[in-house]
Design a protein around this ligand. Structure first.
Ligand code: ADP
Ligand code: MG
Length: 697
């Protein structure tokens, strides 16, 4: 099949809807999708019939409401279309009611205590703005997941709410600036996804990869990523075949996979789609991760999405490219071609800069996880300090506005935001700095701190909401200004905002110690780990932000805070338990075997000839048995401390203990084990080592 035909062939997209639906029904549905209006049941019924027909034509027998509970994975419960009609016969049926609402048993999903205080049941509600699709002979209907009293139990509900908040505030500001054509503003996202591919047979032999997604033991091979020969390198045939298959599967689902290449680390790769409306991009990224795993299995690989599968080698992240687009097709972060667009651009740019400065703590929170803690600030990913890279040119523009100085190479006039046209900030002049967590890249911002396994929902909820808040403040300040005075007032407002928020702008190298010191002087947040940053969620200023814009109620915030803490504690707990098992059941026995072998060799040699040298064996034995003792002590301490952690009642205290004590225990234990691993013969190691996993694909 040619790609254009294949593309979206499993999606109930606009083209199919237009072909399958009666005209008035299509119009009504379109209105719901475009303007977020309520959908009448007769429309839903009619859509359901068309959807079912199309799905059955394409081989589907079941349907499922597809949702994104707080586990970070997607969830689904399949029902078949069949309906018995007597005489042992069935017909295929699907009603509007089944389309718009589902009632999965909510009790097994994390709710952070919400269900204790509220209604026990939950329901899923159709999100008509994200298209339905067919996968594994099942019609998938993207939905939001709530409790019966309306509390969000998922990652999509707050995302939709945040998009709505930004839409509302952005339109108000645009209309105020004289742009009355615009009826709605949507945020757009293009997530670049990194991943590792390892051989399935290797994976199966590593308990750590199976249970935790990352290696807990493993000495560095003689060659790591220092040769920099992998980045953009030629694809190996097996990997190329995988990527090809992956692209096709994604295209069928209407996911515009566009770019693929090798990444910095060996066995690491990246996939980037063309950007889309935020909720669709979030759904697509969840699907992409799932399909990546599935296609890998078919090719004898396992796709690792953990942030740090291998120590000493770059981990995986996700870049969240983000912007705002009007229904008239204008990207609000594009400098534009006229002075009016100029003002508009500067206002929205300043809203983003102020948002990031005021809510950098929430942005850091939104990317916090046990896995991502291995990357942020470790000189392979942005630092944990959130700052903005603007590039020299745009920074100079803001400087000249703030100081009423001159801007531009030829123009020797005062920077007048109402008269001059801003230069277009070419990507190549702005995209060089890879050490910045939040970089302006010509016509969008790239939030680079996300971990590879993370749902991109959370970071976008924070971004959308924080920007909505700054826009609402701008609106308040300007709402009484007359059209004639507007340009001057905007100028005044920009000047003040730049002076207040320029501290978050940093164009230099984010990996240096000087920046850490400088950021502290500037008063920027630097939350080093997940337990450090989680409590900001429940701080007054942040609760006020989320409740004001109806993103979260106070109880939703507290429930999510609990869930985040629990998730963190559980992940480290599983890691500790897995390491204990690996060391006790696999590593120490192997080491013992090698010690035994060495002893046997030495005594056999002695018996063979009186006075023969056993110098090497003796030295080796001393080393090995020293390591054996140290590993034994290390694992004993880890066991005791893990028991202590388990007994702790306060989840935040527990998280701090896992972070401070357990992770340190694990690092110390690993250090000696890795020294020993370097001495143990390959065929005596209980699992494939780094060299085998990383360089033999
Ligand atoms: P790189 O960061 O690797 O240089 P690209 O310039 O190719 O990447 O773009 C990265 C991502 O940014 C792509 O997914 C692209 O679709 C997305 N992108 C481009 N424009 C926008 C926009 N206006 N809003 C959101 N994402 C965008
Ligand atoms: Mg990028």
């Amino acid at each position: 099949m040619a790609v254009p035909e294949m593309y979206g062939s499993l999606v109930f997209n606009d083209k199919i809807m237009r072909a399958k639906l009666p005209k008035d029904i299509y119009k009504a549905l379109r209105k719901t999708i475009d303007n977020n209006t309520h959908l009448e049941l007769d429309v839903a019924n009619s859509v359901a019939v068309a959807m079912k027909e199309w799905a059955v034509e394409n081989g589907a027998t079941h349907f499922t409401h597809w949702f994104q509970p707080m586990t970070g994975f997607t969830a689904e419960k399949h029902d078949s279309f069949i309906n018995p009609v007597g005489n042992g016969e069935v017909i295929m049926e699907f009603s509007g009611k089944e389309l718009v609402k589902g009632e999965p048993d909510a009790s097994s999903f994390p709710s952070g205590g919400l269900r204790a205080t509220f209604e026990a049941r939950g329901y899923t509600a159709w999100d008509p703005t994200s298209p339905a699709f067919i996968k594994d002979k099942t019609l998938y209907i993207p939905t939001a997941f709530c409790s019966y009293s309306g509390e969000a139990l998922d990652k999509k509900t707050p995302l939709l709410r945040s998009m709505e908040a930004l839409n509302k505030e952005a339109v108000k500001v645009l209309n105020l600036l004289g742009n009355t054509e615009v009826k709605s503003v949507a945020t757009t996202v293009g997530p670049e996804q990194e991943y590792f591919l390892v051989d399935k047979e290797d994976f199966k032999k590593r308990m750590d990869l199976i249970f935790t997604g990352r290696t807990l033991l493993g000495a560095m091979p003689p060659k790591g990523q220092e040769m920099e020969d992998h980045y953009f390198g030629t694809l190996k045939p097996r990997v190329a075949a995988y990527m090809h298959d992956l692209d096709e599967e994604l295209w069928k689902l209407g996911i515009p996979a566009k770019t693929k290449h090798n990444e910095v680390a060996p066995a690491q790769h990246e996939l980037a789609p063309v950007f889309d409306t935020t909720n669709v991009a979030v759904d697509h990224n969840q699907l992409t991760m799932e399909i990546m795993r599935k296609v890998a299995d078919k090719h004898g690989f396992v796709c690792l999405l953990h942030e740090k599968p291998f120590d000493g080698i770059n981990g995986s992240g996700k870049h969240n490219n983000w912007s705002m687009t009007t229904n008239t097709g204008v990207n609000l972060l594009d400098p534009g071609k006229t002075p009016a667009e100029n003002i508009q651009f500067l206002v929205f740019l300043m809203a983003v800069i102020s948002a990031v400065d005021n809510y950098a703590d929430l942005m850091r929170l939104s990317v916090a996880s046990a896995g991502n803690d291995h990357r942020l600030g470790a000189n392979e990913a942005p630092p944990a300090i959130i700052s903005i890279f603007l590039g020299d040119e745009l920074t100079a523009v803001l400087d000249s506005i703030e100081n009423d100085t001159f801007f531009g190479k030829q123009a020797k006039e005062k920077m007048d935001i109402g008269a001059s046209v801003l230069p277009h900030f070419m990507k190549d002049t702005t995209d060089r700095n890879r050490t910045s967590p939040f970089a302006f890249t010509g016509n969008k911002f790239e939030f680079r701190s996300l971990g590879s396994s993370l749902s991109v929902s959370g970071p976008n909820v924070v971004l959308n909401t924080a920007v909505a808040e700054e826009l609402s403040k701008i609106y308040e300040k300007l709402s009484a200004v007359s059209p004639e005075a507007m340009t001057d007032e905007v100028h005044t407002l920009l000047k003040a905002a730049i002076a207040e928020h320029k501290k978050v702008i940093f164009n230099g190298n984010g990996y240096t110690d000087e920046w850490v010191a400088e950021a502290e002087k500037r008063g920027l947040y630097n939350y080093k780990s997940t337990p450090d940053v989680l409590p900001v969620f429940v701080e007054e200023k942040n609760v006020a932000l989320f409740t004001k814009h109806h993103i979260f109620t106070e109880s939703e915030i507290h429930s999510r805070y609990e869930i985040l803490l629990e998730n963190y504690n559980k992940s480290i707990h599983i890691e500790a338990k897995t390491m204990i098992d690996m060391v006790q059941k696999q590593f120490l026995p192997s080491l013992m075997e090698y010690i035994d072998k060495t002893v046997t060799t030495a005594s056999k040699k002695k018996a063979f000839a009186e006075g023969i040298s056993v110098k090497a064996e003796t030295a080796l034995l001393e080393k090995l048995s020293g390591q054996y003792d140290a590993i034994y002590d290390g694992v004993t301490k880890l066991i005791a401390d893990t028991d202590t952690a388990e007994a702790m009642a306060d989840e935040l205290e527990k998280a701090k203990y896992y972070q401070g004590t357990i992770l340190t225990d694990m690092a110390e234990l690993r250090a000696v084990a890795d020294e020993a691993e370097a001495l143990i013969p390959d065929d005596m190691l209980p699992y494939p080592d780094y060299a085998k996993i990383l360089f033999y694909v």
